[in-house]
Design a protein around this ligand. Sequence first.
Ligand code: ADP
Ligand code: MG
Length: 270
Amino acid sequence: PLSLPRPLTPRVFVVANQKGGVGKTTTTVNIAAALAFGGLNVLVVDTDPQGNASTALGVEHGPGTAGTYEVLLDGARISDLVQRSPHTPNLHVLPAAIDLATAELELVNESGRESRMKRALADYIESSAVDYVFLDCPPSLGLLTLNALVAATEIMVPIQCEYYALEGVSQLVRTIDRVKGNLNDSLELSTVVLTMFDSRNNLSREVAREVRTHFAAQTLDVEIPRSVRIAEAPSYGQTVLTYQPKSAGAVAYVKAAEQIATSIKEAGDK
Ligand code: ADP
Ligand code: MG
């Protein structure tokens, strides 16, 4: 694969859309893997107690596995708990075990409850050579997602090419504005990814066109096709990049990663 340029400073993305099943996790792991195959150092932080990103990246995350919970509640260092993704070089994962589900409530009474991930990531960024960080979020706007929104500087929004797609997004944009005003000034919606695109379906094409009109500067050129290969890969603990490297889905995610890595606008570069 192509060797991709290193960003001037590490870029931290939160992959958000409070709608479930739109392709957040799938997009997180595949774009992260594509950047890593491009020679960049990538960290995926799994902040969803379901641990789907951990599964897809093939890392241990059974009950009791230390990961995001310990970072948020015990002050553990990310560098002590990351695991290498077995099939992809340069890709590390901070796993989420099911234990993380209780963090949502336990965090409520903690000091600095919204900014714990931000502090932990600042330490990791300082002590590692990481180029890209992706925070995968659960489909809700609780403290886990809030920690991810506060820790990031860029938001990537996967939008499924189906009816009502934009309704969820306008709600997300309001949330972003609120977080921006209160907790994180530097947050920008930088990237929109069209997922589960079906070129033979009129509605899918119509939604894609609408999203491109609405988010003209942010929407990546490539659409991620609906593909069985993409959906199957996690059951092998792999991304589609290693599971079926020549499939249309793998090619699309590589294109997406290339555009992200070569886009002129970078975090902090305003
Ligand atoms: P989220 O993290 O937003 O809940 P997921 O990434 O888990 O969404 O995707 C939801 C479901 O759709 C999963 O079963 C996943 O395998 C499937 N999926 C995601 N992207 C695609 C795609 N491009 N083609 C086919 N299935 C997909
Ligand atoms: Mg998910």
